[in-house]
Ligand binder design. Structure first.
Ligand code: BDP
Length: 677
């Protein structure tokens, strides 16, 4: 009888929640009346955020009674919280209302990861003040580098009609501590700043506020010209400054907690202050002055480069370091983790720690522009951690990127971290069910950059799938291995940017467009010739190594000491160079590509064995994605090895799988993907 009942219930809940991934890691089930009567959720406050915290616990908390209170005196907690559990009661204390909401989600996370909640002594203080997602969403609802369908923001329906997904989005973010969102693409349309759009943005901001999330916008530097009809957008002209002040005031009239602007200026064809002979600081400060009275912030991007003779990897440093100290204190320089562009592996950008008097923040990319879109299973927390834990040596050993940006080395008025979102309108939000883990992991690391990638993977798996160790262990291992696997089958040993032009999906190491920008061409980066392969960034080459502090400069500069996973980033290396394991460079390159392929084949085996643990639809979804990933890995390996072999003139080691493609056939593949550069 009980068995039947159970079956019925699971059938029913199966109907309620088709396993389409839409519930993300928030797969809470409502408590029944009996459980609810066993405990109380106490709260003295009446504001919307704390009421929401109470509602979440009322609905889903199965543990002992909880009382929550805001203690303004506990300011050191910032948006964090303390949780104490003893003698059958739990207390959550926070300095800000949103801290209680985060505390509530902390308890629910413990509940769903099988933790003991009867004895707790937790204090959580977020690593960064602003924990932000950047959406590259256009106003026509296409998403630049987005692989999960159209934009969530239905601009044509806003502000009148509100999709239920806006609130679900906010809740998912709040559950991992994300408190800021930039709604539109950094390649910004000026239109976003028209009153029409401000009212649409306001409608979203009104929903997000209850979840502690502030809205920011990407601003097009030419807006005063395009929208205001001014003759130019010169940041030193009073008329231009006034235009921005009025615009900012108008925004705050509708959105009193508006966060500020994100700006891509003088980069890849975007307008900026340099169009008028002004500096990045002049441009950023003008916007900062307009935002200051309202407490707003400018995130000014350091992703700038021009098709000059100079190594692209050096340009951000060259442009920004001389401006150190010139920026207002409500400007933060937003710096991509690597000096080129979100590659499978890059060293950290040397700008981190090079500006002592300028607030800095990291920008990661969650959307997998260079990592197989939403087709490849690539868990990104190890990549994020690699950057955050990298030592810049800017203030002695231990000056990690995390510490340079979280205010612990140099004080910053506000600290921040950002990542380009992978979210779209797909039912499962991110295209690949496992890409949800990257959104999740980013949020968790933005909250606490000390967490380990493996621990985050584990809690995500338990909440998203099941807590059975027969499932958790192998899946965690697969996730932990996945980033290195992608590096191996795409660009091992420090290779970078050998993607197909434009869409960045498949391999195109031979890529060359007559008259095209060299810094968008694969050969610019791999430099393969009969002597060897790699980009010489040593003191004899482009000298990018000199932008790093000692001892890194010397370590990177010497082929013998350079970490092998960055060897071809910093060196042009002869094919017969002997690697640490005794293989030649050529043999090692072949081995790495092969290892990448073998690893994803292994993922297929791991996943197939786990079928009993997973619902049918998600099982099949991931299974079919793994097939694509394996095919792509073979494609990558064959394309790169066959092409590089035309230079090395050496056989692929005979113990390795043989290529199954012809180079000439691979060269003909042209995918129809509509994205620029
Ligand atoms: C590159 C993307 C391009 C973005 C640019 C950016 O290919 O679509 O506009 O970065 O970050 O990775 O501005």
């Amino acid at each position: 009888m009980i068995r039947h009942l159970f079956l019925l219930i699971s059938l029913f809940s199966g109907l309620l929640y088709a396993e389409d991934g839409s519930r993300l890691w928030l797969r809470y089930t409502a408590v029944d009346d009996h459980t609810a009567r066993q405990r109380t959720i106490n709260l003295q406050h009446s504001d919307a955020i704390t009421q929401l915290a109470k509602k979440e616990l009322d609905s889903y908390w199965r543990g002992p009674s909880v009382s929550m209170h805001v203690d303004r005196k506990a300011a050191h907690l910032k948006e964090g919280y303390q949780i104490k559990a003893e003698k059958g009661r739990i207390e959550i204390c926070a300095a800000a209302p949103v801290g209680l909401l985060y505390g509530a989600y902390h308890l629910l996370r413990l509940q769903h990861t099988g933790a003991d909640v009867h004895s707790l002594n937790v204090e959580e203080i977020p690593s960064y003040d602003i924990r932000m997602l950047n959406h590259w969403d256009n106003l026509d609802r296409t998403v630049e580098r987005g692989y999960a369908g159209y934009s969530l923001w239905r601009w044509n329906e806003l502000p009148g009609k509100l999709s239920p997904r806006y609130e679900q989005y906010a809740r998912a973010n709040a559950s991992i501590g994300i408190n800021a969102t930039v709604l539109n693409n950094v390649n910004a349309s000026p239109e976003i700043l028209t009153l029409d759009y401000i009212l649409k943005v306001k409608a979203l901001a009104d929903i997000f506020r209850k979840y502690g999330i502030r809205v920011y916008l990407s601003a097009n530097f030419s807006s005063p010209k395009v929208l205001g009809g001014l003759v130019d957008a010169d940041p030193m002209r009073k008329e231009v400054k006034d235009w921005w002040k009025n615009k900012v005031n108008e925004i705050y009239r509708h959105i009193p907690d508006f966060g500020g602007f994100l700006v891509k200026a003088n980069s890849e064809g975007q307008p900026g202050p340099q169009d008028y002979g002004r500096t990045h600081a002049d441009g950023a400060n003008m916007l900062a002055d307009a935002l200051r009275p309202h407490g707003g912030t400018v995130m000014w991007r350091a992703f700038v480069y021009n098709p000059t003779q100079e190594d692209r990897a050096k340009q951000a440093f060259q442009e920004f370091v001389p401006l150190d100290g010139d920026f207002r204190d409500n400007v933060i320089i937003q710096i991509k983790n690597g000096p080129i562009d979100f590659q499978p592996r890059e060293p950290f950008t040397p700008l981190f720690g090079a500006m002592r008097r300028t607030p800095q923040m990291v920008e990661f990319q969650i959307t997998q522009e260079y990592l197989g879109f939403s087709n490849h299973l690539v868990y990104l927390a190890p990549l994020f951690k690699e950057t955050l834990d990298a030592d810049t040596y800017c203030s002695g050993a231990g000056s990690t990127v995390a510490r340079v940006t979280d205010g612990s080395i140099w004080r910053q008025k506000k600290t921040a971290i950002a990542a380009v979102a992978n979210i779209g309108e797909d039912r499962n939000w991110t295209g690949h069910d496992f890409a949800q883990a990257n959104w999740y992991a980013y949020g968790r690391l933005a909250w606490n950059h000390q967490l380990s990638a493996s621990a985050i993977a584990e809690e995500w798996i338990m909440q998203t799938f099941t807590d059975s160790s027969g499932f958790v262990k192998p899946v965690r291992q697969m996730m932990m291995d996945s980033r290195e696997a992608a590096v191996n089958y795409m660009m091992p040993l420090g290779l970078h940017h050998i993607f197909a032009f434009n869409h960045h999906y498949g391999p195109e190491p031979w890529g060359d467009i007559q008259g095209g920008r060299p810094d968008w061409m694969p050969w610019y980066y791999h430099n393969a010739d009969t002597a060897g392969i790699g980009f010489d960034r040593t003191t004899n080459g482009s000298n990018a190594v000199s932008q790093y502090n000692e001892p890194l400069r010397s370590v990177f500069n010497d082929r013998q000491t350079c970490p092998e996973n960055l060897l071809l980033w910093f060196h042009h290396v002869p094919w017969d160079h002997q690697m640490k394991n005794g293989r030649t460079l050529w043999a090692e390159l072949c081995n790495r590509y092969d290892l990448g392929v073998q690893t994803v084949r292994e993922f297929q085996k791991v996943w197939d064995r786990l079928e009993p643990f997973v619902d049918k639809s998600r099982f099949e979804h991931v299974q079919s994605k793994l097939k694509i990933q394996t095919k792509d890995a073979v494609w990558w390996r064959d394309a790169c090895l066959l092409y590089f072999q035309t230079f090395s003139q050496l056989p692929i080691p005979y113990e390795l799988e043989r290529p199954i493609h012809e180079l000439e056939a691979l060269k003909k593949i042209k995918l129809d993907m509509k994205h620029h550069n």
